[in-house]
Design a binder for this molecule. Sequence first.
Ligand code: PHE
Length: 449
Amino acid sequence: MSHFALCRWKACSRPSLTFLFNGRLQLRVARFSSPATQAKVEVLGQQFPTDDFTNIKPAILRKVSAQLHLKHAHPLNTLRKLIESAYPDFTHAATISPLVTPFKNFDELSFPLDHPGRAKTDSYYVNRDMMLRTHTSAHEVEMFRKGETKWLLTADVYRRDEIDASHYPIFHQVEGAQIFTADAAGMREVEADNERLAGILASAHIAIEDTPHVSPANPVQPEHDPVFAELVAKNLKLSLNNLMLTLFGGVQGISKENPLRVRWIESYFPFTSPSFEVEVYFQDEWLEILGCGVVIQATLNTAGVPNKIGWAFGLGLERIAMVLFSIPDIRMFWSEDERFLSQFEDGKITSFKPYSKYPSCFKDVSFWVSQGNTLHENDICDLVRDVAGDLVEDVKRIDHFVHPKTQRTSLCYRIHYRSMDSSLSNEEVNVIQDQVISRLQEHFDVEIR
Ligand code: PHE
């Protein structure tokens, strides 16, 4: 689970390994110098000075302009459009740059100064003053400030994280929000909308496990009239229950006897109260879909609309697309392989038919770290990603112990490599693994065992 309560590439880019020459696989390991050691780093055509916060790597930089959510017939694009179709009268934004200030990503949204999301180990910093957004909520204030009262915003977001089939350092979110005037007329508008939405749900095959709109642990904000806050929270829930119907109501097997199951859970976000998470029961599992809540009034005050009250939600696209399109590995969204891309039609949800899976190969690396070394698991994952690109499938720590005499820590990581579009030989993987090892030694002061 990530710090946001919700956890959560190949346009114009090549993996750091390329296979060339008339049919025979040849390996070329691209050697990138770490941008932190250079005076400047270029992101989306703009030059930025680097500093002690710079941790953005070429593997990420090559993908910041991909905009998969706008790529014709791409599953993420189809899913974006499906969500937009559930909110036809909302403004739909989808081209906002991922470069934001930490102030915008965190402070403007009332994140405390010691929030773990701010750490260099969790987020990608261009430098102390500029970062890649970690969530689409970073644009709430700017959207409200522009006078938008109901909007959706789809964008790529970036988080340093573990590596496995469902985690990737870049993913996509849709943020949605609606605000109303905090007076009797505004609340009549909410009530009318609630009636309309409840009417649609009444005849749909949906079973909702609700949680109270407000509770002592999930309170109304002191600035809010409790009656207004309840009405707005109810509007949020009705609106999202309808969105769940749009997304999952059409899947096979949903009927009166076997309705779509949606469950509401109390949650916490620094920028909403009350806050909730929504889960959907799908293929015998509760699937985490989104986080949401009544917008913290400070956000609306900062945006210059203090007389408004409203809700916001943020939903990750990849996980939903993985189940709707039966895509088994999150790396596939970044595939440029025609066997992947040609399977999808613009605007249509179809099941992906896996083509042959190439064998995987794992390598272990064990090393000592001295006491006080700040090496973080996300640093290791980032390093492996930077050397191996999308050839890395999974990174897991398989051993950890502290030497009783020297107090040094020994760690062992198992790295699974697999190419999605060709076979990797042991030799090739060894070259990658050697690069991983030498980078570990170079950058993190570890002693390989
Ligand atoms: N930004 C949150 C996340 O990344 C989701 C969220 C959006 C929660 C809006 C509440 C309101 O997980």
